[in-house]
Design a protein around this ligand. Structure first.
Ligand SMILES: [Zn+2]
Length: 441
């Protein structure tokens, strides 16, 4: 098989039409050594004493069959949540060769969330379609009461979408669902803060949820299914958990916020149908930063860490030319030229997806990282001074490394370990779920 595919690859590359296309394309290549030397800055030693906790947010997803025989029925099982670590405990763990199960006990799971999302050949009782099934499942997941009054994802989602951190809050802010999710053609259905989380479409009378703002229904096809939304849902959920944490820390103990380093697996960005959520996220980060600078409000320390993709490949390509203990904040012109080709004056890289800037760095120990760190506002050509606490954040990430996992941080590596332990949906959850759903036909 492998030999056959190699032959096929050679044949394809030799094809004159493929050759003609490649001749007509620009493929990015690494910059010259001199250019890199200018780009990288040496770390200073930042004061880490104010930071005592690390919260890593991470998740995993398994797509599986609930019925394999025709007509097949498929679900996606998401498990995700924040893990809290004391920096002091992590520093002890760093010296150990293996992580013992009892060490895992020291890592406090703040809350593990699980979501079962139907993605193919499944329809919930009382719903007319797969799309309606997906929407109601997401709505119920956010609306679920998880114990106390505020521990409901919908509460923090409303705080987030309607920017309730603003003083005074703006009650005229509206969230728009571009068109009726049931497909009746009604356009521009809006929610305001005072509105309930569920209303009826003024034209067809079908329910519209506030969570339809995610627009997942636009990518759910009744025949081919909703497999295309899985990765968007995963990153959306991880980042809304981050919002939920920030909301609750600010509500209960605002001073704690500045003592926490938040680490998210993957870039600080929203992609695909949920991309518009970058706007409230930029507003939230911008609010926290301006409050911190202007009136000594709590700071926000946050980084997204990438393990795959164009930036990781780029970092690997230039790794031997990046000095230890140095970093570079990447701007649009560098990214467009060397990492992700394209762009023009009107299209700054990440402008419609990101809420942080790209940073390449190499820790003193040699490990290489691709991070996203928020700036005071999203900039085309950011400088290190535009990213508050940058050297503190990078210093901590560099220190949290664990030699057992190449290029992995202890928190993320352990989070992955914990997630993988609960990766396989338990039979109980599946049976409960299957009982609730009707057959596809
Ligand atoms: Zn309608």
């Amino acid at each position: 098989m492998e030999r056959a595919s190699k032959i096929a690859h050679v044949e394809i590359i030799k094809n004159p039409e493929v050759q003609a296309l490649i001749d007509d394309c620009e493929l990015p290549s690494p910059p010259a050594a001199a250019k890199l030397e200018d780009l990288f800055t040496t770390f200073g030693a930042a004061d880490q004493s104010g930071v005592s906790l690390v919260i890593a947010i991470d998740g995993g997803c398994t797509e599986t069959y609930v019925r394999q025989a025709y007509p097949s029925a498929q679900i996606a099982f998401f498990t995700f949540g924040p893990l809290l670590f004391k920096l002091a405990d992590l520093r002890t763990l760093e010296d150990q060769r293996f992580i013992a199960p009892e060490d895992l006990q020291r890592l406090k799971q703040l809350e593990r969330y699980t979501l079962v999302l139907p993605i193919r050949g499944v329809r919930r009782k009382g719903e007319l379609s797969l799309s309606a099934t997906v929407r109601r499942t997401i709505h119920e997941f956010f609306a679920r009461n998880r114990g106390n009054e505020h521990d409901q994802l919908l509460v923090s989602l409303r705080w987030f979408l309607f920017r309730r951190w603003a003083k005074p809050a703006d009650d005229s802010l509206a969230v728009e669902i571009p068109s009726c999710p049931s497909g009746c053609g009604e356009r521009g259905i809006t929610f305001r803060y005072v509105d309930p989380d569920e209303r009826l479409c003024p034209n067809c009378g079908a329910p519209v949820y506030l969570t339809d703002v995610f627009r997942l229904h636009e990518r759910v096809d009744e025949e081919t299914g909703g497999g295309g939304i899985v990765s968007y849902v995963m990153t959306m959920l991880e980042q809304l958990v981050l919002v939920h944490l920030v909301y609750n820390v600010l509500r209960i103990k605002p001073d704690l916020l500045g003592q926490v380093l938040f680490i998210k697996d993957g870039p600080l960005a929203f992609f695909g149908v949920v991309a518009p959520l970058y706007r409230p996220m930029r507003d939230l980060i911008g609010h926290l930063m301006s409050e911190h600078i202007a009136s000594k409000g709590p700071r926000i320390l946050l980084a997204g860490l990438e393990k795959s993709g164009a930036f990781v490949e780029h970092a690997a390509a230039i790794s031997d030319r990046i000095p230890r203990g140095s970093y570079a904040v990447l701007g649009d012109s560098y990214i467009r030229r060397y990492v992700v080709p394209g762009g023009n004056d009107g299209a700054v890289y990440g402008n419609n997806t990101y809420y942080g800037q790209k940073v390449l760095f190499r820790a003193d120990s040699g490990e290489l990282y691709v991070a996203t760190v928020p700036a005071t506002s999203y900039l085309a050509e950011p400088a290190p001074k535009d990213l508050p606490h940058l050297e503190l954040i990078l210093g901590l990430i560099g220190e949290l490394r664990c030699s057992m996992y190449d290029n992995a941080l202890i928190p993320v590596a352990l989070a992955n370990k914990l997630v993988s332990l609960s990766d396989h949906p338990s039979q109980r959850i599946l049976t409960t779920f299957v009982r609730q759903v009707g057959s596809a036909r």
